[in-house]
Design a protein around this ligand. Structure first.
Ligand code: ZN
Length: 317
């Protein structure tokens, strides 16, 4: 037996994400540009950069309804428009969506058998609101659900933890794994905010009962509240569950500067939550990957992603 001494952290993105044109909209290409310019100025924090592949059609249709996938493809090809009140697509959104999902899936391949211990996938559109047959809340395909499904089916994992710290409840992910014990889905989100789902009473159903944990927080919650929930609720449950892979639905819209919500997180809080998960990941020898969700204050988003990456790149103890 030998151990590789260096397990590089990977950062996965694709220029196609910039082609997803949403017009005057908070979920815009400048989000990715802001992140990448900031990371560039930091020498990418030692991360190995990789280009996101397209998600495989078979996987896409395993998580999403075939007619929905075909409908999105045709709608984009026809020039696009509004899929719902706030989910806008253009002709190049299809390619961006395939790469956004593909980046999350490639992150799993890098983490499971690919030699990387940690990584970050930074695509857009985001994913956690997307349901099996419905685009919603800026999301077309559920990138993190596709990544987790890939880990279960292709890599034959049996237990995956998804911590969703985006300020909005990830209704799509919540529902896709509602009846499954193979994914422990935990969401910390601002109570009463879009999409209005995710009460504490929603703990999953059927075989998945107890494998969904919703932790709504009041408006005004900041680092202290979020980090305490991770320490006191997420980690003890996760240690009992013993996930083989830890994924973060990494949205940064709980940041104090974010225009879409009323929470008060700082980049220090994101660093602290990441460090907690990193400790969990090391303890369980389960790799840790983060997939970008929301975050609409450009500078705060860039700084918060960098803070996450710093903690992801700390060598394992
Ligand atoms: Zn959000």
């Amino acid at each position: 037996m030998y151990r590789t001494s260096m397990r590089p952290a990977v950062f996965i993105s694709h220029p196609a994400s910039l082609g997803h044109a949403t017009g005057s909209h908070p979920e815009r290409a400048a989000r990715i540009t802001a992140i990448e310019e900031h990371l560039e100025s930091l020498g990418w924090l030692g991360f190995e950069r990789r280009e996101a592949p397209r998600v495989e059609r078979e996987l896409l249709e395993l998580v999403h309804l075939r007619e929905y996938v075909l409908g999105v493809e045709a709608y984009c090809a026809g020039g696009g428009g509004a899929l719902d009140a706030d989910t806008i697509v253009g002709p190049d959104s299809w390619e961006a969506a395939l790469r956004s999902a593909g980046g999350a899936v490639a992150l799993v391949d890098a983490l499971i058998g690919g030699g990387a211990q940690t990584g970050f996938a930074a695509g857009r559109p985001p994913g956690h609101h997307a349901e099996a047959g419905r685009a919603m809340g800026f999301c077309l395909f559920n990138n993190i659900a596709l990544a987790a499904t890939h880990a279960l089916r292709r890599h034959e994992l049996e237990r995956i933890l998804i911590l969703d710290w985006d300020v909005h409840h990830g209704n799509g992910t919540n529902d896709l794994f509602h009846q499954s014990a193979e994914v422990l889905y935990i969401s910390i989100h601002q109570a009463g905010l879009f999409p209005g789902t995710g009460p504490p009473s929603d703990r999953g159903s059927g075989a998945g009962t107890g494998f969904t944990l919703n932790l709504p927080v009041p408006p005004g919650s900041g680092d202290e509240v979020f980090c305490a929930l991770v320490q006191e609720r997420v980690l003890p449950l996760a240690l009992r569950y013993e996930p083989q892979l830890v994924l973060i639905s990494a949205g940064y819209d709980a940041h104090a500067e974010d225009p879409l919500a009323d929470c008060q997180m700082s980049e220090l809080g994101y660093a602290t939550m990441t460090a907690s998960l990193r400790q969990l990941s090391d303890e369980l020898n389960a790799p840790l990957g983060a997939v970008l969700e929301g975050g609409y204050a450009l500078n705060a988003l860039a700084r918060s992603v960098a803070a996450t990456l710093v903690e992801l790149s700390v060598p394992a103890s």
